[in-house]
Design a protein around this ligand. Structure first.
Ligand SMILES: [Zn+2]
Length: 243
């Protein structure tokens, strides 16, 4: 009996450890593998739109939608996509949006070496800096997955991790469903995660994202929200950007 109990206790310990690890890797509030934020201060009616996986061939259309409403956003660019579409990457920065680092090849970082992780962040940082003139201060982990070595890499490049308050699942949902999800999930200080690319895909179809953003922005403006870049959302005393 005692042996059985000991076995059960050990199994429970393993389960708890596995649960902890999965939270540490993917939990939006976890900072085990590196510093990160998942929402801004809740005392102001402000939120931040963030777009991952770009630049893509669809990004210019998204920029038009944001420009029409004079709304700033934060774009977590993938280095390999920046190399493919450097002009699009640059136009994002030139339009006054914030550009962040979303790795070089969009890998899943779990079980990878610290050196691999540092190399991915470093190459993306270089590529973004070379083509946009901006040295990113913000990092979003692909799939939201953090791992051993990420914190050291973030410190080396002075990158703060950014998770999200609400994610649109815009890579698989129709515009209607994306609008419903995001509109239902935002609150003061929300960080909204959407995508202007689809991992490393060439000419991805981001029509649902663009349509959803075109409908969401006026709705949220009507609700009294202002849109801010990540830097300003998290630190309102930062100088206003061009918008
Ligand atoms: Zn991504």
């Amino acid at each position: 009996m005692e042996e059985r109990l000991a076995g059960l206790t050990a199994a429970a310990g393993v389960c708890a450890a596995a649960g902890f690890l999965s939270w540490a890797v993917r939990g939006r509030s976890a900072q085990v593998f590196g510093p990160s934020v998942w929402c801004g201060p809740q005392d102001r009616r402000a939120l931040a739109l963030t777009f991952d996986d770009g630049p893509s061939e669809g990004t210019p259309r998204l920029l038009e939608v944001l420009d029409r409403h004079r709304v700033p956003a934060t774009f977590f660019q993938v280095g390999a996509n920046v190399e493919r579409l450097p002009g699009v990457a640059r136009s994002v920065a030139e339009a006054g949006h914030t550009v962040g680092n979303h790795s070089y090849t969009h890998p899943l970082f779990s079980l990878r070496s610290a050196r691999f992780i540092e190399d991915e962040l470093s190459r993306a940082q270089d590529s973004i800096e070379r083509h946009t003139g901006v040295s990113p201060q913000w990092f979003r982990a692909p799939y939201g997955v953090r791992w051993y070595g990420m914190g050291a890499a973030q410190r080396r490049f002075n990158l703060m991790g950014v998770m999200w308050t609400v994610i649109g699942y815009d890579w698989k949902l129709e515009a209607d469903a994306i609008v419903k999800r995001v509109a239902g999930g935002v609150a003061n200080g929300a960080i909204v995660c959407l995508h202007d690319g689809r991992e490393l895909r060439v000419k991805p179809d981001i029509g649902a994202t663009i349509e959803a953003v075109g409908r969401l922005v006026p709705v949220l403006l009507d609700q009294g929200y202002t849109f801010e870049t990540i830097g300003r959302l998290l630190c309102p005393t930062n100088l206003p950007n061009a918008f």
